[in-house]
Design a protein around this ligand. Structure first.
Ligand SMILES: Cc1cc2nc3c(=O)[nH]c(=O)nc-3n(C[C@H](O)[C@H](O)[C@H](O)COP(=O)(O)O)c2cc1C
Length: 219
């Protein structure tokens, strides 16, 4: 077991303050397919190739970590300690200015691996002394997904989930880079996806707002 860091290291605090300065941007790619080197990872890599060289980038394949199902211990007081995989993910998540959720479309939503990772965010938010919410605010969330369906509308549920996750954490949201494919490697033949990959991470990342927040602001 690894002790849980609840206080931000000085370096991370400095990064948080400077996160809007492009030279300090650091991308975390969280790969959530249940198979290695699938279409989603391939599309994410194609997009990452067009990031400015100065940007940091880190890749974590969730299949490489032994991460148990999230157990909701939010209301059980102090003393809870994360396992090694959770500690690794927490450290990588809070160190990134940009988090890329690269999940295949599974049943119109996240893969189980990806959802499990995101469930841990709830635990990190509510630990005694946690500054997870403060750290995530102002950072950026992106999605990359590949699906067998050619109708991109069916990925709307995934887009909404990611957008609302960003809104909850007061993050910017860059949307989802979508691709088509079934067998590993097929996404390479999706010319539209590969074209969009070239500029995806240069796109806008407006602060995500819940619909009710936008309605209240407009009133
Ligand atoms: C469990 C499972 C659920 C899936 N659900 C969907 C789906 O809801 N819609 C869809 O278009 N494709 C679905 N697919 C197809 C995958 O999205 C597609 O094969 C994709 O290329 C897989 O990405 P990967 O190569 O990165 O693993 C599903 C595949 C699996 C294994």
């Amino acid at each position: 077991m690894t002790s849980f860091p609840t206080q931000a290291p000085d370096q991370a605090q400095a990064q948080n303050q400077d996160q809007n300065q492009d030279q300090d941007r650091s991308f975390l790619f969280v790969l959530g397919s249940s198979r290695p080197d699938g279409n989603t990872a391939q599309l994410a890599r194609a997009a990452a190739e067009h990031l400015p060289a100065a940007y940091g980038r880190r890749w974590i394949d969730l299949n490489d970590l032994v991460l148990p199902d999230f157990q909701d211990g939010r209301h059980e007081g102090e003393g809870w300690q994360p396992g090694e995989a959770e500690a690794t993910l927490h450290e990588a998540t809070v160190a990134a200015t940009d988090i890329v959720i690269a999940t295949p479309l599974y049943w119109y939503s996240f893969s189980a691996q990806t959802k499990r990772y995101l469930d841990y965010w709830s635990g990190w938010l509510t630990l005694p002394g946690s500054d997870f919410a403060a750290r995530m605010a102002g950072r950026r969330l992106w999605g990359v997904t590949v699906m067998a369906d050619r109708d991109e509308v069916v990925a709307g549920g995934l887009d909404t989930s990611l957008h609302h996750t960003a809104a909850y954490l007061k993050m910017g949201y860059g949307g989802i880079l979508l691709g088509n494919g079934s067998r590993p490697g097929q996404v390479a033949a999706d010319e539209r996806a590969m074209r969009r990959a070239k500029t995806f991470f240069a796109g806008p990342t407006p602060l995500a707002r819940f619909p009710h927040e936008e309605t209240a602001e407009a009133a």
